[in-house]
Ligand binder design. Sequence first.
Ligand code: PLP
Length: 348
Amino acid sequence: MDINDLVRENIKNLKPYSTARDEFKGQASIFLDANENSYGSPLPVNYNRYPDPLQLDLKDAISKIKGVPIENTFLGNGSDEAIDLMFRAFCNPGKDNVIVLPPTYGMYEVSANINDVEIRKVPLLPNFQLDMEKIAETIDKNTKLIFICSPNNPTGNSINRTDIETILANFNGIVVVDEAYINYAQQKTFIQELTEYANLVVLQTFSKAWGLAALRLGMAFSSQKVIDVLNKIKPPYNINQATQDLAFEALKNIDQVNAWIKASVAERDRLSIALNDLNIVTKVYPSDANFILVEVNDPSKIYTNLVEEGIIVRDRSKVTLCEGCLRITVGTEEENEKLLRALNPQTP
Ligand SMILES: Cc1ncc(COP(=O)(O)O)c(C=O)c1O
């Protein structure tokens, strides 16, 4: 499969914006080429210069951790930006379609709707795995993208690896594997498969395990052709300098992040067992993520009671296949204790 055949014609023909920093990359003592404020910024740190449009220093640091070359790495203003750009790059509005596998992360559908791209839903099976037959039936010549979220939000489970591989090998479009929660999973990342499949895009984010949701920094790893298209169409300075600097610093603290991952996984497993013991809980779904999907006997009443206690969870009870369920993010040990006490006032 040639990725170029999937790219929209107008994107193929697009002449991208050329920034001042694209046109002159060398060292100089006086920069008078970008209409910046040459005096500085009214802050202790200067942000008067536009940031590196391709974030090469940050990508280099990420590459050392992930083992993915820079030319296979795209950085977005959150993975949400990468999701949106996938539509803009590959889907002709009003003509092409994409497949999503609900219940799943809501932005795939929102981005499709923003871009006026038909969305075809193939619900997960009751065990929250892929309905491979239905997916095969749903694909047609205008199907450009399939979004697979693994571990899946809001169900929490990982998707069977062999099913994802089957789709990668047989689908003549792009498979987006969203690994926002991969750090909490038993399952291996698909990053290792990038050399195997030109049509694989792996999304990861700094918003979860890395604890940097407010910085808005997401990663897309893929074959160079896909990455080149994303870079061609992204807003020129999509990752601001403060985010680049702070993420660069954060990458030096990987030990802290790994300790938090370990703690979150231990708390998730402890919380799952404790929730299972509560009378109000009818089912606790196994989780490979930093949240737990919990079926309860009266979701709206329990949700409201928790709000009164100052504890906010996500009510997913109206979502197909998640009927009666709340999605609970794993908190710190202390937060989880408070949650359990609020759910079971008799707890000593
Ligand atoms: C599966 C999944 N993908 C992506 C995102 C968004 O990530 P980001 O903060 O990098 O935009 C989320 C956020 O909740 C998510 O659950």
